[in-house]
Design a protein around this ligand. Structure first.
Ligand code: SF4
Length: 363
């Protein structure tokens, strides 16, 4: 078909490294922790190193509900509930907020003092706005012979032939395709979510179908642009509370029509690939708006102008010189797929700058 599949960056160990073992190919990567510690989450990479330095203490199962400021408008302490539900406060020279695109703006919105009626670090009024995810499309196929897609890691090759914007398509956007079992790597997910539409849902036929498709089915996902729109946002719900009495998150989101067109375009290419590969059956999941689930980005956007952005190019809040926001909320565009590696790269960069500010007495 003239496409150019390429190895995907996995962040998974293929051989032992730093006291961690290699991947055992158990196939439980997606949606689960890795029992072997081969999948490189911060839980097994950075946090153990930080704790070993003797300068990092983890207080697990704590919930921050307020960032306090002093008379000079600087962040002074973080108020939180500890594991037992008792209120605690931690004084701070600097605060780094890393709760991503929904919880980060919520923490800034939670009332702190009359001085910040519209939220902390929000003189621009754009905290919570320009929420982005990534557009998605999903197509499934089943083949005559077993593929055994449930084995090993989920995605090893990606197609980026449609990554760039192309005016000939008639809409803005780009994205990537990846082939994977989708949710089929675990039997219960397979039984609940990944079967052909209209398939039997009970009895002997259902069991036969589970056996047939579990080894023979795969999916191709399209991951696309999400256009930043001011109307897509995170705010506080005026009435609902969470279990700790904090105002609940309210999300307002609808995809731009170009995002939906791009997702449909990639789905059409995915269906072509599956037919070319000789699939017995091909079926599509509907591409519909408002489907944001993960990759919450863009709600504390970065920029040089304090009137139109929340953090500067060093992730420092324009309004609060010792508050830094390091997560997906500083993005001004969504990229075209999974955002985690970009968030990690930006976090390393921000950490170097924050350490430099501290050394120079600028925090
Ligand atoms: S397949 Fe995934 S979950 Fe299983 S050991 Fe390898 S990295 Fe970990």
């Amino acid at each position: 078909m003239g496409l150019h599949p390429q190895p995907a960056p996995l962040a998974i160990l293929s051989r032992p490294y730093n006291g961690r073992p290699a991947c055992t190919h158990c196939g439980f990567c997606m949606g689960f922790g890795c029992e072997a510690s081969a999948k490189s989450s911060s839980l097994v990479t950075m946090i153990p190193l930080a704790e070993a330095s003797g300068r990092c203490e983890i207080r697990p199962l704590s919930t921050v509900f307020r960032i306090e400021t002093d008379d000079k408008g600087r962040a002074s302490e973080v108020v939180y509930l500890d594991e037992a539900g008792n209120q605690q406060a931690q004084k701070a020279k600097a605060v780094i907020l890393s709760a991503n695109g929904a919880e980060t703006p919520r923490l800034l919105f939670l009332p702190e003092s009359d001085r910040y009626k519209d939220g902390l670090a929000n003189s621009s009024g754009v905290v919570g706005k320009y929420l982005m995810g990534n557009g998605h499309s999903v197509s499934h196929a089943a083949f005559e012979h077993p593929l055994n897609e449930f084995k090993s890691v989920q995605v090893t090759r990606i197609v980026h032939d449609f990554y760039e914007n192309d005016p000939i398509r008639g809409f803005y956007g780009g994205g990537g395709l990846d082939a994977r079992p989708f949710l089929d790597s675990t039997p219960i997910m397979h039984a609940m979510l990944d079967l052909p539409h209209g398939a039997p849902g009970w009895g002997r036929e259902y069991k036969q179908m589970l056996i047939h498709y579990f080894t023979r089915k795969m999916a191709i996902l399209g991951s696309t642009t999400s256009v930043p729109l001011e109307s897509n946002n995170i705010s506080l719900d005026p009435t609902l509370k969470d279990d700790k009495g904090r105002a609940a998150i309210r999300m307002t989101y609808m995809d731009h029509e170009d995002d939906l067109a791009m997702a449909t375009f990639l789905q059409d290419r995915a269906v072509e690939i599956m037919h070319a590969a000789g699939a017995d059956e091909v079926w599509r999941e509907p591409v519909s708006g408002g489907g944001i689930q993960a990759h919450l980005l863009g709600t504390c956007r970065m920029g040089n102008d304090p009137k139109t952005s929340v953090v500067d190019k060093f992730h420092r809040a324009h309004d609060v010189p010792n508050l830094f926001i390091c997560d997906g909320s500083s993005f001004v565009s969504s990229g075209r797929g999974q955002a985690t590696l970009t968030i990690q790269a930006l976090a390393f960069r921000a950490a170097e700058h924050i350490a430099g500010f501290a050394r120079r007495g600028e925090i």
